[in-house]
Design a protein around this ligand. Structure first.
Ligand code: PGA
Length: 257
């Protein structure tokens, strides 16, 4: 991480886990543990139903709250969807967009990721845009093309100022929830590639300012090595974010890294 140049962000992605009382209990455990995180941004991205509880539970602390998705229209006949304004009105700061589970199971495309990212930015949210290759894409040696395509399409027509408020999460799909982590070198290689694409699309200074996270089975045991890499500026953590001590170990690795 280059903490002197860009923000380190450790974000939990709780996915479809925790009822409201469970969410409150987990945050109560996390809060004192991460209170000394200093410059490292600590975020919990929680199910929509937990947002209000999570915001109330973390008020006045250094834990920021994010949602796990957002719709791109402002309002209207979109049954079951949640708009960016609905999130900001609650006090939500971050939103995960284009997670591979949404791409795989819910028909998310780069076009909709781009629309959601623009809507989030327009409302003042900080999007965490997820990209990553499938296992067979890596095996076919097209990781670079896949990532370049996703970054270019997902960030289409987004200004340099806005991209500086955008977090990119590199999450190789084969590493998510599988216990198979990318090696620190594999993570660094793709995070550096993402930064070079940002430099091409924008400019060097802009690319240096963007936080690029690694995600995919990051845990208490492997976080220090991953976070020691120059272009890995944090983590998007699934399973390990549901255990306060493990999540805190990752936060502390970022603090010390
Ligand atoms: P995992 O999930 O840490 O459980 O692999 C990461 C993610 O999906 O963001």
């Amino acid at each position: 991480m280059k903490k002197n140049v860009r923000k380190a962000i450790i974000a939990g992605n709780w996915k479809m886990n925790k009822t409201r009382p469970e969410a409150k209990a987990l945050l109560e455990e996390i809060k004192p543990l991460v209170a000394n995180a200093g410059e490292v941004e600590v975020v919990a991205c929680v199910p929509f139903t937990n947002l209000e509880t999570a915001i109330a539970a973390t008020e006045g602390t250094n834990v920021k709250i994010g949602a796990e998705n957002v719709h791109f229209e402002k309002s209207g006949a979109f049954t079951g969807e949640i708009s960016a304004d609905m999130l900001t009105e609650l006090g939500v700061e971050y939103v995960v967009i284009g997670h591979s589970e949404r791409r795989q199971y819910f028909g998310e495309t780069d076009e909709t990721v781009n629309k959601r990212t623009k809507a989030a930015l327009a409302a003042g949210l900080k999007p965490i845009v997820c990209v990553g290759e499938l296992l067979w894409e890596r095996e076919c040696n097209i990781t670079q093309e896949v990532i370049a395509r996703q970054i270019k399409l997902d960030l289409y027509d987004i200004s340099a100022e806005d991209v500086k408020r955008t977090v990119i999460a590199y999450e190789p799909v084969w590493a998510i929830g599988t216990g198979k982590t990318a090696t620190a070198d594999q993570a660094e290689e793709v995070c550096a590639l993402i930064r070079s694409i940002l430099s091409e699309l924008y400019d060097e200074a802009t690319s240096q300012a963007v936080t690029i996270q690694y995600g995919g089975s990051m845990n208490a045991a492997n976080c220090a090595e991953l976070l020691s890499k120059e272009n890995v500026d944090g983590g998007l953590i699934g399973g390990a974010s549901l255990k306060a001590n493990d999540f805190n170990t990752i936060v502390q690795a970022a603090v010390n890294g």
